[in-house]
Design a protein around this ligand. Structure first.
Ligand code: HEM
Length: 522
């Protein structure tokens, strides 16, 4: 049977004028011709240029969504000389992530992996193979076992309590929720991964210059935001290799600068850990200790190096901080846009938890409406809209489409979440759609894949879910939130910033008032 032909779209990146012209010219010269995929003869035929994708900055999932509306569930784009296949259909996603999982379990070797995580020494950007397999095992058995995650619960509780106290002190004032959430998650991840925070806020540092912090928490937050951004950008040199040296957008320069800063920071952390280990002053085994121990492990299949320790540390800090904060900010935005849903959530909390205590992690299985809010938020605002890019390791036929080795695969979870053939009234925030429905978010229901699925699925999802659920539950339980001044719920925008994660463009600002008895906050 003859294979289908792909709809091919030529993507012409647009940047500042000179670069735009250069790239347009290259596009005209190189990508005038397309070819028919499948078993029919691949004779050249005109490449149908149907429009420009604005590919400055991160890859825009919304533009991909619009194209997919016209071109169907599987669409092939040309990014320079590389084929990129995008899907927005759960059936197709299942083919890539389950049926043919092992053939699509690699990652393209992009500049971000080379320059920000020590030449692919981490797990996220590692090519499929022994290094990645070993790293994954380290993650799942040493760092994210349920025993280890439980042993860190006290850290999550202490940091959360601290945030709730801060919010109480700010009562009656406007609060930028995301900033507080990022800091909460950064504090948790720093203590879990590095053993302590290593950073304090700048006011504290000014007051106590002798503090042993290495940098201000604001500086560390900016570094993490930068790494998330740079790991999601479209870098022309990745797709047109002979342009790589020009670094037209300046992203590679930024990656190198950022990497230097991270390296200095992590070097300091490692040295301190080594000193503590040498003098036997190790009090608690944090993740850096676990990663350092592996350097001396003779039984490992692939030699573990200090670069691996550093790159994994970056993965852990970046993976755990931004994703959860982005999701909770979106959940709070949707709840404030839909006050009747906020009311239902507080009613559930009042009924199950009561007003005399905070919500603990062990309570969350008893809060189905809260769970539905989280799922509905992840449907409309998945933290990683295109997952992380997958790479075909061999030629493969997917539902009769020929995918050649080296093709990059993007799974557009953002589109799937908004597809009217899957979800009724997809633009509406309706947590009720998940009540009494067996839709899983851990990679089994392909219409909802916030953490991906299969071999490359997020290994940190258990921790991510713990952080999201308990902070969201307590923000809703402990406080009444209102919009500033005359703002109405309908005025709240839902504009996004594209990137590896997709936060609100305009941070959510709300006025906070306590709703529980005062003694609980002090
Ligand atoms: C709300 C929380 C989180 C979300 C939504 C999320 C989402 C994702 C997604 C979509 C992927 C890519 C899956 C794919 O390529 O198919 C991923 C991969 C990954 N995530 Fe997460 N994540 C979260 C929390 C975390 C946490 C807490 C950590 C670690 C501290 C983490 C570490 C990683 C790593 C290392 C990978 C790469 C896995 C691999 O390539 O094998 N994530 N995550």
């Amino acid at each position: 049977m003859a294979g289908y032909s792909f709809t091919s779209v030529s993507a012409v990146p647009i940047t500042w004028p000179l670069a735009a012209f250069t790239v347009w010219l290259i596009g005209r010269l190189l990508f005038r011709r397309g070819y028919r995929q499948g078993s029919s003869p691949p004779g050249p035929r005109p490449w149908p240029v149907i429009g420009n994708l604005n590919l400055i900055g991160p890859i825009p999932h919304q533009s991909l969504y619009e194209l997919s509306q016209a071109y169907g569930p599987l669409m092939q784009l040309k990014f320079g000389s590389s084929s990129v296949v995008v899907t927005n259909s759960p059936d197709m996603a299942k083919e890539f992530l389950k049926t043919h999982d092992s053939k699509f379990a690699s990652r393209p070797q992009l500049a971000a992996g080379k320059y920000t995580v020590y030449n692919f020494s981490d797990m996220t950007w590692a090519a499929y193979g022994p290094h990645w397999r070993q790293g994954r095992k380290v993650f799942l058995t040493h760092l994210f076992s349920s025993k280890r995650l439980d042993s860190y619960e006290y850290i999550r509780v202490e940091e959360r309590t601290d945030l709730l106290k801060q919010l109480y002190d700010l009562r009656g004032n406007e609060v930028r929720i995301r900033c507080r959430l990022s800091r909460l998650n950064l504090n948790i991840m720093s203590r879990v991964v590095l053993g302590k925070k290593y950073s304090s806020d700048s006011e504290h540092l000014r007051a106590k210059p002798a503090d042993d912090s290495v940098m201000s928490v604001e500086e560390l937050q900016v570094m993490l935001e930068e790494i998330i951004l740079l790991n999601g950008v479209f870098t022309i040199g990745d797709w047109v290799p002979w342009l790589a040296r020009l670094d037209l957008e300046g992203y590679v320069k930024r990656m190198k600068n950022l990497s230097k800063k991270f390296d200095k920071f992590i070097e300091f952390v490692i040295e301190e850990h080594k000193t503590a280990r040498a003098t036997k002053r190790v009090e608690a085994l944090d993740m850096t200790d676990v990663l350092l121990d592996l350097i001396d492990d003779p039984d490992l299949e692939v030699k573990w190096t200090v670069e691996n320790v550093k790159a994994f540390t970056v993965d852990l800090l970046a993976g755990g901080t931004d994703t959860a904060a982005t999701t909770v900010e979106w959940a709070m935005t949707e709840l404030m846009k839909n006050p009747e849903k906020m009311k239902k959530a507080t009613e559930e909390l009042d009924g199950i938890i009561g007003r005399e205590r905070w919500v603990e992690e062990r309570d969350t299985p008893n809060l189905p409406y809260l769970d539905a809010i989280m799922k509905e938020t992840m449907r409309l605002h998945p933290a990683a809209t295109l997952l992380a890019p997958h790479l075909a390791l061999e030629d493969c036929k997917i539902k009769n489409y020929d995918i050649s080795k080296g093709t990059v695969v993007l799974i557009n979870t953002w589109s799937m979440g908004r597809d009217p053939t899957i979800w009724e009234s997809p633009e509406e925030f309706r947590p009720e759609r998940f009540l009494n429905k067996d839709i899983d978010i851990k990679g089994k229901s392909f219409e909802l894949l916030p953490f991906g699925s299969g071999r490359r699925m997020c290994p940190g999802y258990t921790l991510g879910l713990k952080m999201i659920k308990s902070s969201l539950a307590n923000l809703v339980h402990g406080f009444n939130w209102t919009l500033p001044q005359e703002m109405k719920p309908k005025d709240l925008d839902v504009e996004e910033i594209y990137g590896l994660t997709t936060p609100r463009k305009n941070p959510l600002v709300a006025v906070v008032e306590p709703r529980l008895p005062p003694h609980l906050y002090t």
